[in-house]
Design a protein around this ligand. Structure first.
Ligand SMILES: Cc1ncc(COP(=O)(O)O)c(C=O)c1O
Ligand SMILES: [Zn+2]
Length: 394
């Protein structure tokens, strides 16, 4: 397989970097404004990837899109389940919500049961390709569990910074995968900063969201799959739960890559859904601000309890470019959505994932979703990740 990556580019100053010149963010713009896009030579990609080739490809994982992923040494790909997850059409909910087609992209079946496996599967390849002897991440829980699984598979020491309020199932995963866990007596935002200081001191590859440019590449594969599963049609609207904003940025990158490659001929509108108690991007979007104000985050949806979104520049850009919007839903709406979804579709998801569905229910109630639209809701984590919140809210 020939290299398809052309260069990396700073989202703010547009300075370009060769791949081996830089690991994280633009030195001039810093870790918040200087996140990098990974850009491909589409001529090379087209030589290796076509809709016809994909139709004949039996690889049932997101590695089916290898020419659009930042991998040079395939020997470092771990044999864990990631991607090519079901796109479930719910006849009951399509009919109840009076929508032509309502689909759920169900990522609970990935190796560690969340969408984060798409990013971790790529991050572990990059850590090994770059020759690091350890990997570190701060996380509200899912990214941590995910990278711990992939690190265990690769035999790479893994160092994890998480808030001590992490749901027990996620802590159990970290222990099971043998990660070195540092429980931080503070919110996720503090864990993030601690990992930023400790990773370089110890020579660990940093899988912190946003500052690592390759995570969005892994996270874009959900969008590639949705379009292929819809016979190379883009949906009209996609609902994405948002904390740091890396998933929504990645999903947008996936749709854009396919559009630029002419695999699809339209782009969806993205709706980023945050919890009211943790909604800095909703506020920034409404005010037309380029940078979000920090907020004291408080929501039952632990995975998206983020006071200072680290991928905010790309996330705001994604929503603006798509012509979509950011909206907020209350914890009560999240709990109601988390209960309604399994009852009517058989899909049981954690509160953060239910947030995206709560966003759809809200816009539908307000009459803001077109009945003729094909709508996709990203279900980013399994309901078994946090059973306490579910049981306590009954
Ligand atoms: C289940 C789940 N949904 C949504 C998100 C939000 O992703 P992001 O922080 O990239 O916006 C996360 C992040 O941890 C998550 O674990
Ligand atoms: Zn820059």
């Amino acid at each position: 397989m020939q290299n398809t990556i052309d260069h990396l580019q700073c989202v703010s100053c547009k300075h370009t970097f060769a791949e081996d010149e830089i690991d994280y963010t633009c030195p001039d713009c810093g870790p918040l404004k200087g996140t990098l896009d990974v850009l491909y030579d589409f001529k090379q990609v087209k030589k290796q990837l076509s809709r016809e080739k994909l139709a004949a490809n039996r690889e049932a994982s997101h590695w089916r899109y290898l020419p659009l992923l930042p991998v040079h040494n395939q020997a470092f790909i771990q044999p864990l389940r990631v991607g090519w997850t079901p796109l479930v059409r719910s006849a009951r909910l399509s009919s109840e919500l009076e929508l032509k087609d309502l689909y759920f992209k169900d990522d609970s079946g990935n190796a560690s049961h969340s969408y984060k496996d798409r990013a971790s599967s790529v991050a572990i390849v990059k850590a090994l390709e770059k020759g690091y002897r350890g990997i570190a991440a701060a996380s509200s829980g899912n990214a941590a569990a995910s990278i711990a699984a992939f690190a265990a598979s690769a035999g790479l020491p893994c160092h994890i910074y998480v808030p001590k309020s992490i749901p027990r199932a996620k802590l159990a995963q970290l222990n099971a995968y043998g990660a070195d866990v540092i429980l931080v007596d503070g919110p996720y935002d503090e864990a993030f900063d601690l990992c930023m200081r400790e990773a370089p001191k110890n020579g660990w590859y940093n899988r912190n969201t946003a500052i690592n440019p390759y995570l969005a590449e892994g996270k874009k594969t959900g969008a590639l799959e949705i379009c292929e599963q819809l016979d190379w049609n883009a949906p009209q609207v996609v609902f994405v739960p948002v904390g740091d904003g890396c998933i929504i940025s990645g999903v947008w990158k996936g749709f854009k890559d396919l559009y630029d490659l002419k695999f699809i001929d339209s782009l969806p509108l993205l709706v980023g859904v945050q919890a009211t108690g943790s909604a800095p991007l909703v506020k920034a979007y409404r005010q037309g601000a380029k940078i979000a104000e920090t907020q004291q985050a408080a929501t039952i949806a632990d995975s998206i309890s983020v006071g200072f979104p680290r991928d905010q520049v790309k996330a705001l850009r994604a929503v603006h470019q798509s012509g979509g919007k950011f909206i907020a839903v209350s914890d009560a709406e999240i709990i109601a959505a988390q209960k309604k979804l399994p009852l009517s579709s058989g899909l049981f998801v954690e509160p953060a994932a239910a947030t995206a569905f709560a966003g759809l229910l809200k816009l539908q109630r307000e009459g803001k979703v077109e009945a003729s639209d094909t709508v996709v809701v990203m279900l980013t984590g399994s309901g078994l990740k946090d059973i306490a919140t579910f049981l306590d809210s009954r």
